[in-house]
Design a protein around this ligand. Structure first.
Ligand SMILES: CC(C)(COP(=O)(O)OP(=O)(O)OC[C@H]1O[C@@H](n2cnc3c(N)ncnc32)[C@H](O)[C@@H]1OP(=O)(O)O)[C@@H](O)C(=O)NCCC(=O)NCCS
Length: 152
């Protein structure tokens, strides 16, 4: 199956909401940050989505979701590659995320688990962090600066 990863558009919002709901992720806040969202399209439908909320040099990677029937084909990794590249182009140096079920997926992508109180105030103040994601969600961080100096 061929997938095209492209910037999200307002017309995609209903399908993005369906994708997120099917993955038990919230749609809340997506519209406000849509300019930093990307989708994977195949034919006339969307198979995946991922986005970032930007807070100066820090970003919250969120809404990484692939439709169940399209999983394990590399699409989640491709979406993250695109979003991480765009984050760096936007001047983001650290990406944070909250996950309940995909810790190993992100650990393989250079994200490290950190304590919630280690997140910057801008990230701790997001709705995702303080209201929408359950306390059981793990906080992870990828520091592009540290990886550049380590040669990663
Ligand atoms: C997490 C998710 C986006 C992965 O999408 P995917 O398209 O299946 O991922 P990929 O096919 O690109 O997988 C890349 C690698 O991660 C592994 N992987 C995929 N999902 C994984 C998971 N949940 N846990 C551990 N490893 C996982 C794959 O086996 C693959 O490994 P390989 O390169 O050694 O073969 C998808 O499972 C999903 O939508 N989950 C529900 C929503 C969610 O939890 N999002 C994260 C919080 S925002």
């Amino acid at each position: 199956m061929n997938y095209t990863i492209r910037s999200a558009r307002p017309a995609d919002e209903p399908e993005i909401e369906r994708l997120l709901t099917a993955s038990s992720l919230t749609f809340e806040g997506v519209s406000a940050h849509l300019e930093m969202f990307w989708v994977a399209q195949t034919g006339e439908r969307l198979a995946g989505v991922a986005g970032i909320e930007c807070y100066e040099a820090d970003g919250l990677l969120r809404s990484v979701a692939v439709k169940a029937s399209d999983r394990r084909k590399g699409l989640g990794a491709q979406l993250c590659d695109v979003v991480e590249t765009q984050a760096k182009l936007a001047g983001i140096r650290r990406l944070f995320l909250l996950t309940e079920s995909a810790e190993a997926f992100f650990a393989a992508r250079h994200y490290h688990k950190i304590a919630r109180n280690q997140a910057p105030v801008s990230i701790q103040s997001t709705d995702q962090f303080c209201r929408l994601c359950p306390d059981a969600a793990v906080l992870m961080c990828r520091d592009f600066n540290a990886q550049a100096s380590a040669g990663a």
